[in-house]
Design a protein around this ligand. Structure first.
Ligand code: LMR
Length: 336
C-alpha cells in the first residue's frame, strides 16, 4: 500500500471512530419489566445482565428498563412480539392476551401449598410443556422466576368472605383472578401494575392482592390500611424472548446466554422467599398498614369460597392440565 493511501486510511478511521474494538458492536438485549429494582425480579434481571456480559466477554449487552419506564403490562407484550424489546418476565397471570391462557393455572386459588409444591410444576414436565406452547406465538420461554404468595389488602379489614362484598379490587389481566374476586363477592378491575398506587390513593379501587415484595416497593402500604396474610394464591414469572431474535443468535452466544439464564434463575428462586419476608417486615415496621392473621376457620371459609374457581376455569385452562398440576403437587384443593 502506498504511503498516501495508508495516510488516507488513518484519517478516515480516526475521523469516523472506526477502531477495531468499536467496529464490533455488542448484541443488544432490551429487557423491560414493570417492578422495582429492589424485588426478586428486579434483582434477578440484574444478575442475568451481569452474567450475560461476563460469559460472552461483553459481546452481549443487556439493557434493563425496570418499573414500567419503557412499557406498561400490555404494551410490553406487544413490544416483544414486534421486536422493539427482546426479553421480558411478565407475571404468569398476564399471558392470556398472548393467547396462552393455560398459564392462568398458576392463579388458581390455594393450588400450591408452598414453594416446594410450586417447583414440582415450574421445574417439571408440566412447566416445560407450557413454555413450549409459546413457540407458535413467536416467543421462546426460557425459565420460571419465583416471586411469592399473594396477600390481600384494602382500607377495611378483610377477615371473612363477606368483608369483600362490593369492594373494587384491582387484578392483573387474568380471568382466573376475575373469577376469584367474584367468588368472594368483590368487583374485579383489571389495571396495569404501574397504575395501582394511584388508583388505591384516589379510591378508584378499594384494594388489591400482591406478594409483599411488590406491595412494599410500590409503596402500597402508604395507601392501604389493612393487609390480610392470606397466602391465597401465587405470583411468579416466565422469562420470555422474541423467538426470531433468539434463534438468530450465533450458537456459541446463545449457549452462554442459556448458562447465564440458568444461574440467574437459581438466584431468583433462592432470594424470592427471603425478599418477601423482608418486605413484610418492612410493611410492619412502617406502622402504616395493619397486618391481619386469619383464624383457621376464616382461612377455611376463604378456601371454600374460592375453590369453586377451579371447576369454573376447567374449560379455559384445560381439565387435564389442572389434573396434571394436582398430580405433580400431590394436592387437590377440591378434596383437601
Ligand atoms: C402485578 O401486575 O401485580 C404484577 O404482575 C407485577 C409483577 O410483575 O410482579
Amino acid at each position: 500500500m502506498n504511503r498516501w493511501l495508508t495516510r488516507l486510511l488513518v484519517v478516515v478511521v480516526g475521523c469516523c471512530g472506526l477502531t477495531p474494538a468499536l467496529a464490533e458492536e455488542p448484541i443488544l438485549i432490551k429487557f423491560s419489566h414493570v417492578v422495582a429494582v429492589d424485588t426478586p425480579k428486579g434483582k434477578a434481571a440484574e444478575k442475568f445482565r451481569d452474567l450475560a456480559a461476563a460469559y460472552t466477554q461483553n459481546r452481549v449487552k443487556v439493557e434493563l428498563y425496570p418499573n414500567s419506564q419503557l412499557y406498561k403490562d400490555k404494551e410490553e407484550l406487544e413490544a416483544l412480539q414486534m421486536g422493539a424489546v427482546q426479553m421480558l418476565a411478565p407475571s404468569l397471570a398476564k399471558f392470556g392476551p398472548l393467547g396462552a391462557k393455560e398459564f392462568e393455572l398458576f392463579d388458581l386459588p390455594f393450588i400450591f401449598k408452598d414453594y416446594a409444591a410450586l417447583h414440582t410444576v415450574t421445574q417439571g414436565p408440566v412447566g416445560a410443556g407450557l413454555l413450549q406452547r409459546l413457540a407458535n406465538k413467536g416467543i421462546t420461554g426460557l425459565a420460571y422466576w419465583d416471586n411469592g404468595f399473594k396477600q390481600m389488602s384494602a382500607n377495611t379489614p378483610l377477615r371473612n368472605p363477606e368483608d369483600f362484598q362490593g369492594l373494587k379490587m384491582r387484578i392483573q389481566s387474568s380471568k382466573v383472578l376475575d373469577a376469584q374476586m367474584r367468588a368472594m363477592g368483590a368487583m374485579p378491575q383489571t389495571m396495569a401494575f404501574s397504575e395501582v398506587y394511584q388508583a388505591l390513593q384516589t379510591g378508584v379501587v378499594d384494594g388489591t392482592e400482591n406478594p409483599p415484595s411488590n406491595f412494599y416497593t410500590q409503596k402500597m402500604h402508604e395507601v392501604q390500611k389493612y393487609l390480610t396474610l392470606s397466602n391465597h394464591g401465587y405470583l411468579g414469572y416466565a422469562v420470555i424472548v422474541n423467538k426470531p431474535f433468539w434463534d438468530g443468535l450465533p450458537t456459541d452466544i446463545r449457549a452462554q446466554l442459556e448458562k447465564a439464564m440458568a444461574e440467574a434463575t437459581l438466584f431468583a428462586n433462592q432470594i424470592a422467599k427471603q425478599e418477601n419476608e423482608q418486605a413484610l417486615e418492612a410493611v410492619k415496621a412502617s406502622g402504616k398498614t395493619e397486618l391481619i392473621t386469619l383464624t383457621a376457620e376464616q382461612q377455611q371459609a376463604w378456601q371454600q369460597k374460592m375453590q369453586a374457581v377451579h371447576g369454573q376455569m376447567e374449560a379455559r385452562i384445560g381439565k387435564e392440565l389442572i389434573a396434571a398440576v394436582y398430580q405433580a403437587t400431590g394436592f387437590n384443593p377440591r378434596q383437601p
